[in-house]
Structure formats: C-alpha cells, structure tokens
Design a binder for this molecule. Structure first.
Ligand SMILES: [Mn+2]
Length: 415
C-alpha cells in the first residue's frame, strides 16, 4: 500500500503581522514534518502555495529550506499553479522551485485548435499517473474545462489536480465566479485533488470518484481567520491507496487559540461603543490568543475615527494577546456615509464594483462585457497590483508587468 499527502491553499506570505507570520510558517513546517514522519510516497499541492507569484525574500527562503527537507527525504512534490501564484510567463517562485528540482509542475496544458490538450506525469516509484490543470486569476480557466483533450492512460491509479470550485459542492450561499459544474471534470480518475476552496470537504460523487478539497491549513483570506476562531477545522489530507483508494484521512493542524469579539454599532454613539468594547476587553482572557476585533454597523452620532481602536489594541497586547486583528471595514458614521456595497470578502467587493461598472460600457468585444468582462477585469487588476520588488529597477518592473499583462491578453509584441 502507498500513501500521498494532499495540501492546498497554503498562501505562504499572506500574513503581514509578525505573530501571524510565525504561525503561518509553523503550520507549513508541521505539514512538511508530518509528511516525512509518515513516509508519504509523494505530496500534491493544488495551487495557492504562495499568496503572490513573487513573495518577499523572507518567504522564498523559508519555502526553499522546507522543500529541501522533502527533497532530501526523497519525497516528490507535484503542483499546479493556483489563482494567486499563477504567472503566464513562468515568472513565479514556483518556477524557481521547479527549476532546482524541488517541485514538479503537472499542469502540462497547451492549446491546439481551441482545445486544451493535457499531458500526464508519472510518479516513478508508485507509477501513479498525474494530470493537472492550473488555476488562473479570475476564472478564465473555466473555458479551459470546456474543451479538454485528455491523454490516453492505462489502468494504473490516476489523479487529477485542479484549482477551481465545483458548483454542486459549494456549500456557501455566496456566488463564486471561479467555479465549474461537476460534469466539466474529466472522467476516469481515482482521486480528484482540488484547490481554491478553503474549507475541507471530501465527497464520493456517483460516476466520477472521490473529490477532495483539503482547504487552507491556516488562512488565505482575512475571513479565514474568523472561521478559524469559529472552530472551522484546518489541515491537510493523507490518502492511502493500492489500485484503489483505501482511506482518506484529515490531519488537523492547530497552532493557536483565537477570541472573536464582535460589536454592532447600530444606533450607538461613538462614546457608548467605546465603553462597551472596553468593558468586553476587560472581561476576556486574551493571553496567547489571536484576537479578532470586528466592529460593524452605523453609528448614531460621532465619527468612526472617535472609536478608539488604537487604545483597544494596546490594552489587549498589554494583557498578553499574541496579535490583534481589527476589522472595521463595515463601520460607518451617519454624517460621512458613503454609498456602501454590501460585501464580506474583498473578492466579492471587486466582483460587485466591476459588475456595476461593466454594465455601463458599450463594446463590440464579447470578452469585455458581461461575466467575461468581470473575469477579465479581475485578472487584469491582479497583474496590475503586483508590487515592485526590492532592488528592482522601475524600467524592469514596467517590462515585467506589461509582459505578464500582454501574455494574459494573448497579445504578442514585435521584438
Ligand atoms: Mn486560495
């Protein structure tokens, strides 16, 4: 019997606060350590290994150090790009890790006459056949699934790696533009290794097989931390198999405790809200916890700047909190009320803004209007917000960004 680990949506480099960065790294170290201890035959990473395609040096060094451990233990790692670390010109730290031999990309897709042809990769030891398709930024990969041309495979154990949601398995009420119907998945694989969905799910689907999303082992959105505080289980998956799947085991990882403090400002003055929050803070035990302070609603009077977030944060840190994350994105004052768009995640907000604005534009090009236009705008935005690297010259930065954008648009520049 063989076994493999399936990890996804690690989002290394997402956290910007010291303590949270520490936890992010501890979580990944535990994944690596468990894989070595359990002697898995190989590891699958189904996208969003990194939060950006070029994370800062601190994150790159950490990643190289840990992938070397797996390399030295002779455990191969098979990956596809996610939507966060995707690069159309192979300008991602994933490509560096691939070049030195620590990772193997299994998304060998190429387009031929409108069809997306896929090649397979064989794991040398177990002879498992792997086929993968990368996640793209905003769901342009949806189209990739419409015209798939699969390689002919023998009856060995087969795994399909992908980074996209499945409409029928989506449990949340929220509409995910980055999702496909289940019948778009190619048939005939023993295990469907999914990424993009951040919550663990494992289902047997009739006429298809076992579909599994391990979810994020820690967090890739700010809302993930809130879900962690609400006891959503995080970790990764270890699968045992011979010619069929024997067992799919979820390995939970928990490196910290949380305390979620939620307040509703509706009908309250800024002063009354301050008193209420301070009272609550004095009642909890913040020691060694990640504190999530969420304040939303509309103040009856007073400005949002009169709510003393700095004081709350200091108090909590003084009483031993590991870190304090403040979420005040939906806190408004009456006087300064701007037209708000109801949205939880940044992604939803972007969707809605693009949707509202794209409606107003008249264009003959179908890819710029409707749902396609939204996806296009989102992908473009993702490339344009890529920051300049330390020591990178402005001119090189401009070249890099325009090359990525033109490649995404399918425009070839004359040399
Ligand atoms: Mn993700």
């Amino acid at each position: 019997m063989y076994k493999f680990a399936h990890v996804s949506d690690i989002h290394l480099g997402f956290q910007d606060k010291k303590e949270l960065q520490k936890i992010e790294q501890e979580v990944f170290e535990e994944v690596v350590c468990t894989c070595i201890k359990q002697k898995v035959d190989f590891v699958l990473i189904t996208g969003d290994l990194f939060h950006r395609n070029l994370p800062e040096m601190r994150v790159q060094r950490f990643a190289f150090k840990n992938f070397k451990k797996l390399y030295d233990a002779k455990i191969p790692i098979y990956v596809v790009y996610g939507s966060h670390d995707f690069s159309p010109i192979e300008y991602s730290v994933i490509d560096l890790l691939t070049d030195v031999g620590y990772l193997t990309k299994v998304s060998k897709e190429h387009t031929n006459n409108e069809k997306t042809e896929l090649d397979f990769t064989e794991d040398p030891k177990t002879k498992v056949k792997l086929v993968g398709i990368s996640g793209r930024t905003a769901g342009i990969d949806k189209e990739n699934y419409e015209n798939l041309e699969l390689p002919v495979l023998d009856n060995s154990f087969k795994i399909f790696l992908f980074h996209i949601g499945i409409d029928e398995l989506n449990s949340s009420s929220e509409i995910d533009t980055n999702s496909i119907p289940i019948e778009s998945l190619p048939k005939g694989f023993d295990y469907y290794a999914g990424g993009h969905v951040h919550v663990f799910s494992h289902k047997q689907v009739k006429n298809l097989g076992e579909i599994c999303y391990p979810g994020t082992p820690f967090a890739g959105y700010h809302s993930d931390l809130e879900e962690n505080a609400k006891q959503v289980k995080r970790g990764f998956v270890i699968v045992e198999f011979d010619n069929k799947i024997k067992n799919v085991k979820f390995c939970e990882i928990k490196k910290t405790d949380y305390e979620l403090l939620e307040f509703n400002a509706n009908g309250k003055t800024a002063n009354a809200l301050n008193i209420e929050i301070l009272k609550k803070i004095s009642q909890i035990i913040p020691e060694n916890k990640i504190i999530l302070l969420k304040v939303q609603g509309e103040l009856k009077s007073g400005k949002t700047t009169e709510v003393n977030f700095i004081e709350f944060k200091e108090k909590l840190l003084q009483s031993g909190a590991r870190e304090v994350n403040v979420n005040r994105i939906n806190l408004f004052s009456k006087k300064y009320h701007i037209e708000k768009i109801e949205a939880g995640k940044k992604e939803e907000l972007e969707n809605k803004i693009f949707e509202e604005n794209i409606k107003k534009i008249k264009t003959e090009q179908p890819e710029l209007s409707g749902e396609k236009g939204i996806l296009f705008a989102k992908e473009l935005l993702q490339f344009l917000k890529e920051p300049i690297n330390t020591n990178e010259k402005k001119i090189d930065y401009q070249k890099r960004i325009s090359a990525a954008v033109l490649a995404m648009m399918g425009i070839e520049m004359e040399k």
